[in-house]
Ligand binder design. Structure first.
Ligand code: KIV
Ligand code: ZN
Length: 524
């Protein structure tokens, strides 16, 4: 069997990590991100040590094009990739977006399975091969780093798949990806498919064979591991397993499986595992998709031992019940709770340990906020500090002069009376007030008041409150999903405060500002 890529000094073949959080991941229902958020995620992926960042699908929309172009401009150290169907206008547009990248990659795809050929494309096998070859050649005219994906490869007849792979490598593809587009395959079949390609495609050593697994049957990680064990050299995956339908192979899981079981696989990646948790948190924050507590590697309970027997074992010898350490994936050991007497240096230390890097100016602002919070709340936990840092980063990324800002609110409500909500917001330094006696509850009344002030036609689709930490003095985190009725696009809003009504109002303001930014972007 042929195996690909270099051998590290630890004798572990290095697998290329191709992250598609910003492309396939963004196709998760409700996971859309704005340009600033995508750039922030791309920068986090660089720090994580991802080899290739699939930044988007440039022909799909002007917003996608702009974010791929911006990421291509700012990212250094990882290759930046853009997706294109196998048609000239897609490939040209992808190049237009990618051309300023340090190491651009064009990813061209065309379906090859009988179902797709017959019902979707209405093309013969010969036509598929010649279209694929033409697409790869056109992309090669722009740059030397070309990936080709035969979409639905895992349901494609193996003899035909071998021919397609051989033809696109001859045409200049440097990576050939084998997608399990519908999450249908099993690890046993995957092993056989990759081994067959490695043994039967005569020019296979001229390209990296890659794998892209969807999780419809919950086997995306297992299938990806089977593929690399059989000789594939690249894994396509997404943070928190985001992606179309049930998602893609989860980056954090596949990377930690390879690292923890290096004894078995003899493989590894260049991922800085301590950045996994901070990156997962960032992606969860910007997409609004929460990570479940029991999610492997990055879930809040992934390293929590509840049973007395387990706790006893771990205290005596950690390895009795732990196969990796929480610190190795980026959870911070929290011996010290901060409070109102903690100084700037202690806060700065904790922020750093949590994986954030704030400028002096942002740190000063974070410290002021920390002091205000410490007056309201005795113990300040890591989750409180993360909330403070998030607020600082959010104002840096989205703060504009014309944004709406929270000033104050007052509310009267009860089981015997109708709610009344008075909101005071400001824009360009001018205060605006509205009082609403509408609605069948205080949140409804608050939403009406905001609508009157901002003058947008919006609908509140989702409203969620979570406590950031334990204790009755915990900060409340409110997440809202608001629809812009004129465009029918959903926007997320998020805010934290020790006062949940203030958080609710701020979360709606956050969503309103996002709607305004998107509208300005469309006009530009
Ligand atoms: O799942 C899939 O087939 C894809 C391709 C575009 C690689 O996402
Ligand atoms: Zn996919």
């Amino acid at each position: 069997m042929t195996s690909q890529c270099d051998i590290s000094n630890q004798n572990a073949r290095k697998i290329i990590v191709f992250d598609t959080t910003l492309r396939d991941g963004e196709q998760s229902p409700g996971a859309s991100m704005n340009l600033n958020e995508k750039v922030q995620v791309a920068q986090a992926l660089v720090e994580l040590g991802v080899d290739v960042i699939e930044a988007g699908f440039p022909i799909a929309s002007p917003g996608d094009f702009d974010s791929v172009r911006e990421i291509a401009k700012v990212v250094r150290g990882s290759s930046v990739c853009g997706l294109a169907r196998c048609v000239d206008k897609d490939i040209d547009r992808a190049w237009e977006a990618l051309k300023e990248a340090e190491n651009p990659r064009i990813h061209v795809f065309l379906a090859t399975s009988a179902i797709h050929r017959e019902f979707k494309l209405r093309m013969t096998r010969e036509e598929i091969i010649s279209r694929a070859v033409e697409g790869v050649k056109r992309a090669r005219g722009y740059c030397s780093n070309i990936e080709f994906s035969p979409e639905d490869a895992c349901r494609t007849e193996i003899d035909f798949l071998c021919k397609v792979v051989e033809a696109v490598i001859d045409a200049g593809a440097t990576t050939v990806n084998i997608p399990d587009t519908v999450g249908y395959t099993t690890p046993f079949e995957m092993t056989k498919r990759i081994e067959t390609l490695m043994n039967r495609v005569p020019n296979v050593d001229k390209a990296v064979i890659s794998i892209h697994c969807h999780n419809d049957l919950g086997m995306a990680v297992a299938n990806s591991l089977a593929a690399v064990a059989a000789g594939a050299g690249q894994i396509e995956c997404a943070i928190n397993g985001l992606g179309e339908r049930a998602g893609n192979c989860a980056l954090e899981e596949v990377v930690m499986a390879l690292r923890t079981r290096r004894d078995f696989f003899g493989l590894d990646t260049r991922i800085v595992s301590q950045r996994l948790v901070p990156t997962s948190r960032l992606v969860s924050k910007v997409t609004g998709l929460k990570v479940s507590r029991n999610k492997a590697i990055v879930g809040r309970n992934a390293f929590a031992h509840e049973s007395g027997v387990h706790q006893d074992g771990v205290l005596k010898e950690r390895s009795t019940y732990e196969i990796m350490s929480a610190e190795s994936v980026g959870f911070v050991k929290n011996d010290l709770v901060l409070g109102k007497h903690s100084g700037r240096a202690a806060l700065a230390d904790r922020i750093k340990a949590l994986g954030f890097d704030l400028s002096k100016e942002r740190l000063d602002a974070a410290f002021d906020e920390f002091k205000r919070l410490a007056d309201l709340k005795k113990d300040i936990f890591d989750a409180d500090i993360i909330a403070i840092v998030d607020r600082q980063n959010a104002s840096r990324l989205t703060g504009k002069e014309a944004d709406w800002r929270y000033v104050s609110y007052s509310l009267s409500s009860g089981s015997e009376s109708k709610p009344s909500f008075k909101a005071v917001l400001s824009q360009n330094g001018i205060e605006h007030t509205a009082t609403s006696d509408e609605g069948d509850g205080p949140v409804h009344a608050m939403f009406w008041a905001v609508q009157q002030i901002v003058g947008l036609r919006i609908l509140l689709k989702e409203f969620k409150i979570d406590a950031v930490t334990c204790g009755s003095d915990a900060q409340g985190e409110v997440r809202v999903r608001v629809t812009d009725v004129d465009t029918n696009i959903d926007y997320l809003g998020r805010a934290t405060s020790t006062d949940v009504f203030e958080a609710a109002l701020q979360a709606v303001i956050d969503a309103v500002n996002r709607i305004q930014h998107a509208r300005e972007g469309q006009q530009a």
